[in-house]
Design a protein around this ligand. Structure first.
Ligand code: CA
Length: 223
């Protein structure tokens, strides 16, 4: 569970990172909106903690841009501005939760846990075409047929189901499933895509994993 903190007050950003790490989360902290957007777009974070007033790109614009690109990562907005109008603006921009500064660290942790929990129950079942991916059982289902997936297969399939018809690059899959420090290569992804295509055929799924040169993979299913 990796969390991204985007906050230009370095001391606050670093103490948030320490707090989250003490509570068992992996965490990266960045100090401006542009860097925050670049990090968030890698798709490697389970949650974003976003300040509103940020240099280079403000938190509300950043949230709106991520939502426009269909990145559904939960966003917790953090700001000194606690006026109702500002809270509404933050929520309208795509934030899931809004915490005014100064905040109590227990309340922050409670929000983080609630958002992550909500995400995990909402996202236990992903569907595409005539096929469902059950994340908690690590199973692909099509009608009465089902097939189990290994942990890596599940990771790759989850990334593809989440993106649906949008292309997912091999680098993104590698970073998300194998981890950014891993020595796995792009041909590992190709091998797993091969396994998954066979499993889809085996259960009679109408979902196809389509490769697009230089852009990666996306899912297709007949209407
Ligand atoms: Ca700020």
């Amino acid at each position: 569970m990796k969390i991204l903190v985007v906050e230009d007050e370095h001391r606050l950003a670093d103490s948030l990172r320490e707090l989250l790490e003490e509570n068992g989360f992996q965490c990266d902290a960045v100090y401006d909106g542009e860097t925050g957007r670049a990090c968030a777009e890698t798709g490697s974070y389970a949650l974003l903690i976003l300040d509103v007033m940020l240099p280079r790109l403000d938190g509300c614009t950043l949230a709106r841009q991520l939502r426009a690109r269909r990145l559904e990562v939960p966003i917790l907005m953090l700001t000194a501005r606690s006026e109702l109008e500002d809270r509404i603006a933050g929520l309208n921009a795509g934030a899931d939760c809004y915490l005014p500064k100064p905040f109590d660290t227990r309340e922050l942790l409670a929000c983080v846990n609630a958002l992550l929990r909500r995400q995990s129950t909402e996202q236990n079942l992903l569907s595409f075409g005539n096929t469902t991916l059950d994340l908690s059982a690590a199973v692909l289902r099509c009608g009465a047929c089902r097939v189990g997936l290994s942990a890596r297969e599940l990771g790759v399939m989850r990334t593809l189901f989440q993106a649906g018809e949008q292309n997912v690059s091999k680098e993104h899959i590698l970073a998300w499933v194998w981890g950014s420090g891993s020595s796995a290569m792009e041909n590992h992804v190709e091998v797993y895509i091969g396994f998954l295509r066979k499993k889809l055929l085996r259960i009679g799924s109408n979902v196809r994993i389509t490769a697009v040169r230089r852009l990666g993979y996306h899912l297709e299913a007949p209407p």
